[in-house]
Design a protein around this ligand. Structure first.
Ligand code: SOE
Length: 390
């Protein structure tokens, strides 16, 4: 793609992700001064025209379209950002590739492995830049962890241990919103939460060879909600009735990595008291690392061989040379959840300017989808399942 000074962005999604990504585009230029600048051209979504118009106004987009397909046809859009419910990713990403646009698509990349494969192949063959939105990778403390691992300071990795704990659907009267409806989300805590853990494991430990999983649905029926919870679905639901929950509330999974390490993953929306408890730990021959999203500016690092001085040190990952921190504030002036979207979009803009795939790319999203698929197969068959190479 010809090098330009600006990237005109078209956002699909006016909900939670529409808001976080808009926050990213609004702030990426002043914070990072990227080699190509983001221009907030247009927003659209699967909701009403009024919702799109209001989102454009409050999030700071120049324009809006009521129909995402009309936005994709516009010549003044270079990058399409897909922040819609999972069932729309495949169709929208393929349409964006067809229109020759670069893409940033939310996770999980798709509803199925076959869809993710098709999206990745289409994007790579068309030569468009395609990013999958595993935002937590962009935390400076996580990038520091990668630097420490690559420098060999953890040694041979033995263990990966990760949890993603939430508690927002414990009430059986909580309705069957799109994140719980198999037709719109594909899977429950697996695709929504474990996907983040898998991406981290692939980034920090390496390829996963085989898996074993248990999935559980504690609340089997929930009240139906009207009009698809803003997803643009035809309303197949009637108020006052209940619908079947066909996705997992909790996922407990094990894996063997290709490099000989072993790992565990626990993702649940039934961990009373935990709001967004994404945590992981790595144990290696020379040291250990640990990170928690709710305390995301810190990385814990234990180095073996320090005699009676040994212990976990808590590194505040805010130094000027901490990767992903370079453009932020003086040391100790911490950042939070929203800033990770600024970092993510900066990476996307750099990839466009440097004519390379962003990290994480659609291929990284596909690798994660292959593990999600293997977890599902294993839970059904009660067998260990190999993960196909991607
Ligand atoms: C669900 O509650 C959710 O918002 C996920 O969809 C996100 O991916 C995760 O970051 C936080 O939780």
């Amino acid at each position: 793609m010809a090098h330009k000074d600006v990237v005109n962005v078209g956002m699909i999604g006016c909900g939670f992700m529409g808001k976080t990504h808009s926050f990213g585009y609004r702030n990426v230029n002043p914070i990072w001064d990227p080699p190509v600048k983001a221009v907030m051209k247009c927003i659209t979504g699967s909701r009403s025209r009024e919702t799109c118009q209001a989102a454009a106004q409050s999030y700071g987009w120049q324009d809006y379209e009521a129909d995402w397909q009309d936005m994709l046809q516009r010549d003044d859009i270079d990058l399409v950002d897909i922040g819609t419910p999972n069932f729309l990713h495949h169709e929208q990403a393929l349409a964006a590739v067809e229109a020759g646009k670069d893409i940033l698509c939310e996770k999980p990349l798709a509803m199925t492995l076959a869809e993710a494969r098709q999206m990745t192949q289409a994007a790579e063959e068309a030569g468009v830049k395609a990013m999958c939105g595993f935002t937590y990778r962009q935390a400076p403390a996580v990038r520091l962890a990668r630097q420490i691992i690559e420098a060999g300071e953890v040694g041979e990795v033995y263990h990966w241990r990760a949890v993603y704990l939430q508690d927002w659907i414990i009430d059986p009267e909580f309705p069957l919103v799109w994140r719980l409806d198999a037709d719109t989300c594909g899977s429950g805590s697996l695709g929504d939460l474990a996907a983040h853990l898998i991406d981290m494991a692939l980034l920090l430990v390496g390829d996963i060879a085989e898996v074993s999983a248990v999935l559980e649905t504690f609340v089997k029926e929930r009240p139906l909600v009207a009009a698809g919870g803003g997803t643009g679905l035809v309303d197949k639901r009637a108020a006052g009735q209940k619908g079947q929950v066909k996705v997992d509330d909790a996922a407990l999974c094990c894996c063997r990595f290709a490099n000989g390490a072993v790992g565990t993953f626990e993702a649940t929306r039934f961990a009373q008291g935990h709001k967004n408890g994404h945590r992981w730990e790595i144990n290696g021959s020379k040291g250990s690392l640990a990170w928690s999203l709710e305390d995301m500016n810190y990385l814990e690092f234990y180095k073996a061989g320090e005699g009676n001085r040994q212990g976990f040190r808590k590194i505040l990952a805010t130094e000027g040379d901490t990767p992903g921190w370079e453009a932020w504030w003086p040391a100790g002036h911490i950042i939070g959840y929203g800033e990770l979207f600024i970092n993510e979009i900066y990476e996307m803009l750099c990839a466009i300017a440097e004519d390379r795939q962003p990290a994480p790319s659609f291929r990284d999203g596909l690798k994660c989808q292959a593990v999600l698929d293997a977890f599902t197969q294993s839970a059904r068959s009660k067998q260990w399942v190999p993960v196909p190479p991607c």
